[in-house]
Design a protein around this ligand. Sequence first.
Ligand code: ATP
Ligand code: MG
Length: 242
Amino acid sequence: MIVFDKVSKHIGDKSILSNQSFTIENGEFFVLVGPSGSGKTTTLKMINRLIEATDGKIIIDGVQQNQLDLRQMRLSMGYVLQQIALFPNLTVAENIAVIPTMKGWHKAKIEERTRDLLNKVNLPAADYMNRYPKDLSGGEQQRVGIVRAIIGEPKVLLMDEPFSALDPITRQQLQKLTKRVHEALKMTVVFVTHDVQEAVLLADRIAVLDQGNMLQIASPKEILSHPANAYVQELFEGVQHD
Ligand SMILES: Nc1ncnc2c1ncn2[C@@H]1O[C@H](COP(=O)(O)OP(=O)(O)OP(=O)(O)O)[C@@H](O)[C@H]1O
Ligand SMILES: [Mg+2]
């Protein structure tokens, strides 16, 4: 469980997140939506302490975050960014092996899991393992990024607009893949997007952020049927839910 308890972030005299309290449950698919500059990335990065809160507490599984060992905590959280930063001088397999190697896994186990996961994301291992990132398409790189983030079986997976640079078809495939991964591994996913349709498709709950304030945190169904205010209603205008 990830608890934000009256968390604020100020930079200079600018307020980026103001006094926010909310809880992300274990195993939940939690999606942060909001316009550019609303504080989504800041909120996400506070979870693994890439950004420190100015005020308030972040509590992870009952322990205040600043009491946790930073390296251990980061190893327990996978992170996927919009433009995946694969190491250009490492092959696909070597990129994927970085975290498990740090965790001290045996080579044979890493290779077995790498093959298995690459096949699962439709990158046949025999073909892709020894290629370099520059020889992959954007969508393929993003798949490798997902495999790299999940191979260590993180308890928490942080994803910051992971599909926003992709074409609609690839994007749809990776949304489905992410859903499958979440259902199979049941980790907590915190996912940032400004695409409300994507939010509705993926989320157990959606948090709508605007200017550092959570306007509403609720299931997609609840947000569509009972938007908290006119702004939320307008944001989700025309969005379909199955
Ligand atoms: N180091 C910094 N110094 C000053 N302001 C910052 C800094 N980092 C972020 N901000 C500001 O904080 C606000 C929130 O930024 P954040 O990156 O969290 O937004 P976002 O919701 O992720 O936006 P986007 O959708 O464009 O990625 C923005 O107004 C941004 O300019
Ligand atoms: Mg952002």
